[in-house]
Design a protein around this ligand. Structure first.
Ligand code: GA4
Length: 317
């Protein structure tokens, strides 16, 4: 990582982080299947974001992958760079995407193909984690299909479970940024504000704050860190499929802590050829978006800057 003084005078963005931890994030308890579906749909409409508890995922697998990631990020810089840059998959440091965005983090971007692998991370642990999270996401999406009566009940989940699903996985390490005085009360941005282009994303983080979501009124809310739960966020494709009922949640990460933060995020994407269009429309309701394929949307997303409104290009007016 670059040294802090360089980060402060260079083009790293800063922001005033939201100081209070937000306590209003909906909590979905998987042990209460009857209420889970309704709660998920309400949460996707109100926040585009919710937390899942009693998910049944082995905390041992989570801890093992976390420790693999911690060990990887502790390697000498040269070693970390060996597998190559994150285009499409590899190690990245302070540069995000292809269009000049920067952030106070280092990361690994990985494929989730049939047998996800990365030289410095145990293939067994990575494979177990990815398949457990994929199954959990598939279950959540099936609940949404059922509650909203979108096609067959396994329609949405099927897009992620499909062997051609274009999902990906990211391990983010946000090093501590202790010299906050030099920033005059502001915080370095770890990962700038953005929405995820895919259908839905699943995040698990270490016990350090930093994630913020944008509420409907435009204010930023700080998400409490919770190592034992998973946070789900609606992506752009699901906003389109729900014809705008669900909100693709804008979020960011600020490095406001003395602790380093580690997050693992699974981005559930459909197959490249999948057509994305509004799937629920009441009588006389019109689609808010032009139809596109995931491949078209992805291409357009990779031509955008992180904070751009990527759906704008596909809105009907
Ligand atoms: C945001 C969500 C995922 O992290 C990601 C990001 C991707 C990247 O880091 O390469 C993008 C970003 C994300 C959206 C716009 C483009 C592409 C960086 C960027 C500026 C892996 C993804 O799928 O889209």
């Amino acid at each position: 990582m670059v040294v802090l003084s360089k980060a402060v005078d260079s083009d790293f963005q800063t922001c005033k982080s939201s100081s209070d931890i937000f306590t209003g994030i909906p909590v979905v308890d998987f042990s209460d299947a009857i209420n889970a579906k309704k709660l998920i749909v309400e949460a996707c409409k109100e926040f585009g974001f919710f937390k899942v508890i009693n998910h049944g995922i082995s905390m041992e697998v989570v801890a093992m992958l976390e420790s693999e990631a911690v060990n990887f990020f502790a390697l000498p810089q040269q070693e970390k760079e060996k597998p190559g840059p994150p285009r499409p998959f590899g190690y990245g440091n302070t540069r995000i995407g292809p269009n000049g965005d920067t952030g106070w983090l280092e990361y690994l971007l990985l494929s989730t193909g049939p047998q996800p692998h990365f030289p410095a991370i145990s293939q067994t642990v990575l494979g177990e984690y990815v398949s457990a999270v994929r199954n959990m996401l598939t279950g959540v999406l099936d609940m949404i299909s059922e509650e909203l009566r979108i096609g067959p009940t396994d329609f949405l989940g099927g897009l992620i479970g499909d062997e051609k699903s274009d999902s990906c996985f990211r391990l983010n390490h946000y090093p501590p940024c202790p010299d906050l005085e030099a920033l005059s009360g502001r915080n370095l941005i770890g990962f700038g504000e953005h929405t995820d282009p895919q259908i839905m994303s699943v995040l698990r983080s270490s016990d350090a704050p930093g994630l913020e979501i944008c509420l409907k009124n435009g204010s930023w809310a700080s998400v409490p860190s919770d190592q034992t739960s998973f946070y789900f966020s609606v992506g752009d494709c699901l906003q389109v499929m729900s014809n705008g009922r669900f909100k693709s949640v804008k979020h960011r990460v600020v490095s406001n802590c003395l602790k380093s933060r580690l997050s693992m995020v699974y981005f559930g994407g459909p197959p490249l050829s999948q057509k994305i269009r509004s799937l629920i429309m009441e009588e006389s309701e019109e689609s808010l978006y032009h139809e596109f394929t995931w491949s078209q949307y992805k291409k357009s997303a990779y031509n955008s800057k992180l904070g751009d409104n990527r759906l704008k290009l596909f809105e009907k007016n």
